[in-house]
Design a protein around this ligand. Structure first.
Ligand code: ZN
Length: 216
């Protein structure tokens, strides 16, 4: 006897009865992606993002990031997987993939729990692009996420990241222009993304950064 025979499956988000899978049809439709053309035009070509930060996507990311919920993680990864298939050409010129790290203290233990790290590793495996773990957090500012003002946030976040030396050598050994895919989970004010990009480009002059973000 399977668990489904005793407890009929329900949608992970809205709890209505479903026959199979994890989400009902209506909830699933909330996960349809923003087309790369629309994403690029909204962010001046700087990064691709799958969804707006609201509703079901926001719920899933929070569940994964803060509750370490593996169902939420798996739903998101399956969306990333089909996005990579559908828009494969967006990634065809990428040489390396990396991610924005989370927290210097927690990092040692949960570095690979960070959704950005998991997604970067997933993209690396799936598209056969070298993963380079090049950034770490120098300073953690707990109040930072509460700041909504873009300029103030950018000022506060300055010098928050540092380069991991071993990984840097790999990038510096490449003489041609390097197309680097920088992954993060949520980008709202772009302050974190900009500071991380700035840190990277300062260290590696021939780096061209393209972002890949779940919610932007
Ligand atoms: Zn539902």
């Amino acid at each position: 006897m399977f668990i489904d025979d005793i407890v009929p499956p329900i949608c992970y988000y809205c709890a209505t009865s479903i026959r199979e899978g994890l989400l009902c049809k209506e909830c699933n439709s909330q996960l349809s992606y923003i087309h790369p053309i629309a994403a690029h035009s909204k962010r001046d070509g700087r990064f691709l993002f799958l969804w707006e930060y609201q509703g079901l996507p926001a719920f899933l990311i929070k569940k994964w990031k803060f509750n370490h919920d593996i169902v939420a993680r798996d739903i998101i990864l399956s969306c990333v997987d089909s996005y990579l298939t559908e828009f494969r050409e967006e990634f065809s010129d990428i040489d390396f993939v990396g991610f924005i790290p989370m927290h210097p203290l927690k990092e040692r233990f949960v570095r690979w729990w960070n959704p950005a790290a998991v997604i970067a590793r997933y993209i690396s495996d799936r598209l056969n692009i070298s993963l380079v773990d090049v950034l770490s957090v120098r300073l953690f500012k707990p109040e930072l996420h509460k700041i909504r003002d873009r300029d103030l946030r950018l000022k506060k976040i300055r010098n928050s990241f540092r380069i991991r030396e071993g990984a840097l050598e790999r990038l510096l050994s490449v003489s041609k222009e390097i197309r680097f895919l920088l992954v993060d989970d949520i980008v709202t004010t772009e302050a974190t993304f900009k500071e991380a990009s700035y840190t990277l480009v300062k260290a590696v002059k021939n780096l061209v950064i393209k972002g890949f973000v779940l919610c932007g």
